[in-house]
Design a protein around this ligand. Structure first.
Ligand code: DAH
Length: 337
């Protein structure tokens, strides 16, 4: 292209160039387009090089037009290249061999924690408990104060807390990652009058060194029933039935006294595992002070509560020896369920 440049030739060149670029479907065609127009011997490069053969007036006008076109083509090039990259059509069309036989896609599955939680919720739902979900980021007020665990109570030391904002100036106290699902008890009771019969599954977090039976993140399934005339027999009946449904009718179950500030009396429940007792939950009769905190009359209403560790339940049920497997994200473990 060494003919004398004219304004017309620039207009034609532009039309041709843009048209051809729009049809360039992959990286290779974009590159040969670049060489054809903007390469060392390219058509636009030729025009720019020949500007010197023009007289000064023409040179100014046509030179400006040619330079403008250069800018336009450069940005059109960038845009087209990016488009091709985005659409993934940078592979030549024959890169996919459509005659290859199909392969089975690998099916995902539910996490073992999710599976056991659903199984537990099914058991409780069938006994008349309704599922409610809570929040993982909780106020100090619900995680501790409303549950009869004031700031100076030693029970707080049992739950090493991951604080989001400890010094927050508010009557709700600080903000933390909940250490237990029990905060859902006052949250639900504040919102409704008895009768209450709920289960609330969810994740909890503690600032804790991990070992085979302790994780810094784990699930709990909280349960709460409040009504007129509920007794310890209702608590035991409910939890026996739960154990029977999850572990089968013959599994031995043991209750022992235990202490939790928001129940009185408090118990824990263990399951027989090859002659060993393994604790899976804490429970008790809702403390009158907790009922009063939410405006219920403890002379009229009684209730029971429980908090089960689903990972513990799954460990017993499936013979998993280390709780850290649950959050280790190892497919060799996860795909066994
Ligand atoms: N929140 C307790 C814990 O994390 C477990 C628990 C004990 C829950 C007794 C309850 C209960 O509802 O009544 O250790």
């Amino acid at each position: 292209m060494s003919s004398t440049p004219t304004e017309e030739s620039i207009v034609t060149l532009k039309a041709e160039a843009l048209d051809q670029l729009a049809n360039a479907a992959d990286e290779a065609s974009v590159e040969s387009w670049r060489v054809e127009y903007m390469g060392r011997r390219g058509r636009l490069t030729g025009i720019l090089r020949n500007l010197g053969s023009l007289d000064p007036d023409q040179r100014r006008a046509i030179g400006a037009a040619a330079n403008r076109l250069k800018g336009e083509l450069e940005s059109a090039l960038d845009e087209r290249a990016a488009e091709i990259k985005r659409s993934g059509s940078s592979q030549p069309k024959d890169a996919i061999d459509v005659t290859l036989p199909g392969r089975r896609t690998r099916r995902g599955g539910l996490h073992p924690s999710t599976q056991i939680i659903r199984e537990m919720l099914d058991a409780f739902n069938e006994m008349g408990f309704q599922t409610v979900e809570g929040n993982e980021v909780e106020l100090e007020r619900y995680n501790f104060d409303m549950l009869n665990i004031p700031a100076d109570h030693p029970a707080r030391d049992m739950q090493d807390t991951i604080w989001i904002d400890r010094e927050r100036a508010s009557e709700d106290g600080g903000v933390l990652l909940r250490t237990q699902t029990s905060g859902m008890q006052p949250r639900i009771m504040e919102k409704q009058d008895p009768p209450v019969r709920i289960v609330s599954p969810g994740k909890c977090f503690r600032f804790e060194a991990t070992d085979a039976t302790h994780e810094w993140q784990f699930h709990q399934v909280e349960g709460l029933a409040v009504d007129e005339g509920l007794s310890f027999a209702d608590l035991k009946g409910t939890l026996y039935e739960f154990a029977r449904r999850i572990f089968g009718a013959d599994r031995k179950v043991r209750f022992r006294c235990d202490f939790f500030p928001f129940v009185e009396p408090g118990v824990d429940m263990s399951i027989d595992w090859n002659g060993r007792w393994v604790e899976i939950l804490g429970a008790g009769m809702v403390h009158p002070r907790v009922l009063r905190n939410v405006g219920y009359d403890p002379e009229k209403y009684t209730g029971f509560a429980f908090g089960v560790g689903p990972e513990r339940v799954a460990m017993l049920k499936y013979g998993i020896e280390d709780i850290r497997h649950f959050f280790g994200n190892d497919l060799r473990f996860l795909t066994q369920f």
